[in-house]
Design a binder for this molecule. Sequence first.
Ligand code: FAD
Length: 412
Amino acid sequence: MTDRPSVLVIGAGIVGIACGIHLIERGAEVTLVDPEPPGSLTSSGNAGGLGSTEVMPIGAPGVIKRIPGWLLDPLGPLSLRWRHLPSMLPWLLHFHRASGRHEVERISKGLSSLLRRSMQDTRELVHRANLQNLITERGAITVYENEKSRQLDALEWQIKRERGIIVEALDAASIKQMEPALHNVSCGYFTPQWCNTTSPIRLAESLASFLHSMGAKFVRGRVDAFQEDDPLRPVMLNSTVSSWDKVIVAAGVWSAELCHLLNESVLLESERGYNTTLSDPGINLNRQIIFGDRKFVATEIEEGLRIGGAAEFAGIYAPPDYRRSERLLEIAKTYLPDLNISDGKSWMGHRPSTPDSLPVISKSIRHPELYYAFGHGHIGLTTAATTGHLIAQLSMGEKPDIDLSPYSIGRF
Ligand SMILES: Cc1cc2nc3c(=O)[nH]c(=O)nc-3n(C[C@H](O)[C@H](O)[C@H](O)COP(=O)(O)OP(=O)(O)OC[C@H]3O[C@@H](n4cnc5c(N)ncnc54)[C@H](O)[C@@H]3O)c2cc1C
C-alpha cells in the first residue's frame, strides 16, 4: 500500500505520455493503457512541426469563404465524404460560429496562452529525458505564389503579429537564397520561432521509454466501458477491473467515444491528414516549408522528406483514400521540380479537432477526479508538454499556471 495517488491515463499518444511524465514527477503512481504501442498512431506520422507560432484557429472569416472552392477542387486541401455530413452537422455549426471575427480574436488568445510557453515546456521535457538531439530550431518559411494569395491570409499574419510572433516578410530573391530547391513562389514569411523534431515517432517512443524508466506502467488494452458508470473503474476486455484515484482521458480522436460512455458532451471530429515520406527525395530543404496557397508542408526528418497536409472529414473508421497523398506529391512537384517521388511511404492520421481549434484541458463536469486532455487538432505535438504540465497541476491539486477556462469541456 502507498499513499501516492494512482492515476490511469487512457491513451499513450504524445499527449498521454507527456501527462504521465508530469504526473509521476509530482508523485503519482502512473499507469497508461492503450491497445497500440505508445505513440504509434497520430503522434507517429505527423509533420514534426513545433509550431508555437500557430495562434490562428482553423476557422476564420476568410476560410469560410474559401471552403466551397476547396471542396470542388480535386487537388484542394479539403474534402468531405458526403455520407459523413449528417453526423458532423453540430460540429460544423459550432465551427461556423467560432469563425466570426470576434470569436477568432478570443480563440487566438486562448491558443496563444498555450503556445507562448509551448517551446519552453518542450525544451524542458526533452532536456529531462536527454533527448535534445531530437529538436531543431531553424524556423519555418510560409510561401505564396503571388501577392494576391498572400493577401488571402492577411488576417492570419496580422493576428500572429498582434500576439507577439516574430514575422519577417520575404521576397522571391530572399526565398531563393534561403531555399534554392523552391520554385514558383514569389513572396512569403519567415517565422524564426518555429522549431521541429527530427523524428515524431522517435520522440514519442523515447519519451515513453523515459516514462517507463521513471516507474510508469504501460498496459496493452482498450477501455470500452466504465463499471457501474463509475469513471474511476474503466473496463478492458479480458481484464479484471481496477479502481483508480484519478483518470485522465487522453485518447486523441477516440476520446469522443469515451466521453460518450461518460455522458460528457463534446464536439470532436477526425480531421484526417495525409502525407508521404520520401526516403530519397533528391533535394535538400533547410527548414520546414509551409505552402500557403495549397495548405501543405514539406519537412525534412530522419526518415526522409515528409510531404503532407490535407483535411478530410470522413469519420474515424472509413478506409484511407491514399489518392490524397498522391495529389499532394503532384502539387509538391510544381514547387519542387527536382523532387524524386519514386520511393514514398504513405500515411494517414487523425487530427483530433474541436470546432474552435482549442484543445480540451479540463476537469470533468460530472466527476471530481476525472480529467480530459485531448482535441489538440493540428498542434498536438507542439502543445503536448504544456498540456501534460497543466493537467498534472490541475489533477494534483495545484493552481494551474494559466487560466484554463478557454479549454473547458463545459463549452460544448
Ligand atoms: C498529417 C498530420 C500532420 C500533423 N502535423 C503536426 C505538426 O507538425 N505539429 C503538431 O503539433 N501536430 C501535428 N499534427 C497533430 C498531432 O499529430 C496530433 O494533434 C497529436 O498527435 C495528438 O496526440 P494524442 O496523444 O492526443 O493522440 P494520438 O497520438 O492519436 O494517441 C491517442 C492514443 O489513444 C489510444 N486509444 C484510443 N482509444 C482508446 C481506448 N478506448 N482505450 C485506451 N486507449 C485508447 C490510441 O490507441 C492512441 O494510441 C498532425 C496531424 C496529422 C494527421
